[in-house]
Design a protein around this ligand. Structure first.
Ligand code: HEM
Ligand code: HEM
Length: 177
């Protein structure tokens, strides 16, 4: 229930992240851009924290086994995609945070508290990190598309319970209804 809920909350937040970043990108350097980017930073840090909670939860609670019908290469692909998604859920926000520090902009979480600067202001580094952040964010988007495609294939073509068991209301395997 907790793992499933976190999964869908993170999805909604990631969508918001792309909307905010793309809206901000189209604007000249004005107040509106700063507000959008500061929301983007706060939500990004929330994703970082929730991804850590999710990994912590996963460590202490077994996940249901992959369907036994999967071929060995499909098993590898599913495990590899999931692992890479977890890595990107941490690395994308982290590169955003270092990039902001290198730009010389402080990072706060919805104005409630300010996070430490990870590096000193450095123009060249900030340019590299900006590219890195954007490339990794779009890699995450591509991987999510692959992942969602696989989930939909399980639901509509293979007609198994892989997508259904991700609903927060679903019962863990082996329990009575
Ligand atoms: C899951 C989390 C995140 C995602 C998916 C994400 C995604 C993106 C994307 C796609 C862009 C580029 C938009 C474009 O121009 O094409 C962007 C830009 C940006 N991101 Fe993030 N981001 C995340 C977290 C963060 C965090 C935590 C911070 C800072 C603390 C941050 C700071 C920024 C900044 C400052 C820019 C604008 C760069 C510029 O044009 O100057 N991001 N982000
Ligand atoms: C930001 C977007 C998303 C991220 C970062 C993400 C990440 C993940 C990760 C890391 C897992 C592995 C769970 C584990 O074994 O610990 C997972 C499982 C799953 N995801 Fe996503 N996901 C996203 C979007 C979606 C979407 C849009 C769908 C459906 C259309 C979906 C359907 C599923 C399903 C069905 C599983 C369960 C697989 C199983 O039971 O073995 N996900 N997701």
């Amino acid at each position: 229930m907790i793992a499933q809920l976190l999964h869908w909350v993170i999805l909604v937040l990631i969508i918001a992240q792309f909307v905010l970043a793309i809206m901000a990108d189209d604007l000249p350097n004005n107040m509106k851009k700063l507000v959008l980017l500061s929301r983007h930073k706060s939500i990004g840090l929330t994703v970082f924290a929730l991804a850590l909670v999710r990994l912590g939860w996963r460590w202490g609670n077994a996940t249901p086994p992959l369907p036994s019908t999967l071929k060995p290469y499909e098993r590898l692909l599913a495990r590899g995609t999931h692992a890479l998604l977890y890595v990107l859920l941490l690395v994308v926000p982290f590169t955003g945070w270092i990039m902001s520090s290198a730009h010389g902009f402080p990072v706060s979480w919805f104005g409630v508290f300010q996070l430490p600067d990870l590096v000193a202001k450095n123009h060249d580094l900030s340019e590299v990190l900006e590219e890195t952040h954007e490339t990794l964010a779009w890699t995450l988007a591509a991987l999510v598309a692959l992942h969602a495609g696989a989930a939909l294939k399980h639901h509509f073509i293979l007609k198994d319970d892989v997508l259904r068991r991700m609903l927060p209301s679903s019962k863990p395997e082996g329990t009575e209804p």
